[in-house]
Design a protein around this ligand. Structure first.
Ligand code: T5A
Length: 207
């Protein structure tokens, strides 16, 4: 049986890493065989592409270069890790996937959605996530949470209106595909956020 493909999305500092730890614990205790991975990255080559993409010293990256590097990393990640796991029946929990490309390179950088869709079909064929958890917080709160951690990477150096466009694009995609997306109000206390995530996972396991 093919495993399930779950992606976790949201703008900066929404709590993906924190809540993926919770999802790992939940799936382990439910006896589900899974791998957890991330984008950009997830394999040695794709992690090298990630380093280049996030490097704050790379100040002259064109939007198209950024887009193609995201999909280059994704093609490797799919071939080497995601597809083999799904074929073995494992669940794949992925911290960001192609919705992030629509949100950041499409909404944020202004690249035409049709061009992203062409690359999506080329690289993924018909593969789409079974379920996408969109963690949503007001941009200011997300940046404040992210800012408390480490030096800003190349994306985190963007201005607030870039992240407003990213968030708007995510919410628009969620509204367009309500069967696939579950939007979680991640501005709430962690305990409430995780109760909602548990509800969603119970629903998926029960399905
Ligand atoms: N990107 C990626 C693209 O542009 N296109 C693409 O196609 C893809 C795949 C790297 C960058 O790549 C871009 C987008 C990104 O800019 P990333 O590393 O996943 O991707 O990006 P980040 O958003 O920077 O991920 P982070 O790991 O930095 O943030 P998280 O995981 O969302 O947040 P987390 O869990 O570290 O939480 C931040 C802080 O908030 C606290 C946590 O304890 C932590 O201190 N927190 C809460 N506090 C109070 N209440 C809650 N409910 C809380 N939840 C978390």
């Amino acid at each position: 049986m093919q495993g399930k493909f779950l992606t976790i999305e949201g703008a900066e500092g929404v709590g993906k890493t924190t809540n993926i730890d919770f999802i790992r614990q939940y799936l382990t205790s439910a006896g589900i065989d899974f791998i957890a991975t991330r984008e950009p990255g997830g394999t040695p080559l794709a992690e090298k592409i990630r380093e280049l993409l996030l490097d704050a010293k790379q100040t002259a990256v064109s939007a198209d270069t950024e887009l193609l590097m995201m999909f280059a990393a994704r093609a490797q990640h799919l071939a080497e890790k995601i597809l083999p796991a799904l074929e073995k029946g494992q669940w794949v929990i992925c911290d960001r996937f192609t919705d992030a490309t629509y949100a950041y390179q499409g909404g944020g950088r202004g690249i035409d959605t049709q061009r992203i869709a062409q690359l999506e079909t080329w690289v993924q064929g018909s593969l789409r996530p079974d379920l996408t958890l969109l963690l949503d917080v007001p941009v200011e709160l997300g940046l404040e949470r992210a800012g408390n951690r480490s030096e800003p990477d190349r994306f985190e150096r963007e201005k607030i209106d870039f992240f407003q466009r990213v968030r708007a694009c995510y919410l628009e995609r969620a509204a367009q595909e309500p069967q696939r997306f579950r939007v979680v109000d991640a501005a709430r206390d962690l305990i409430e956020v995780q109760a909602r995530i548990k509800q969603v996972l119970d629903e998926v396991i029960g399905a």
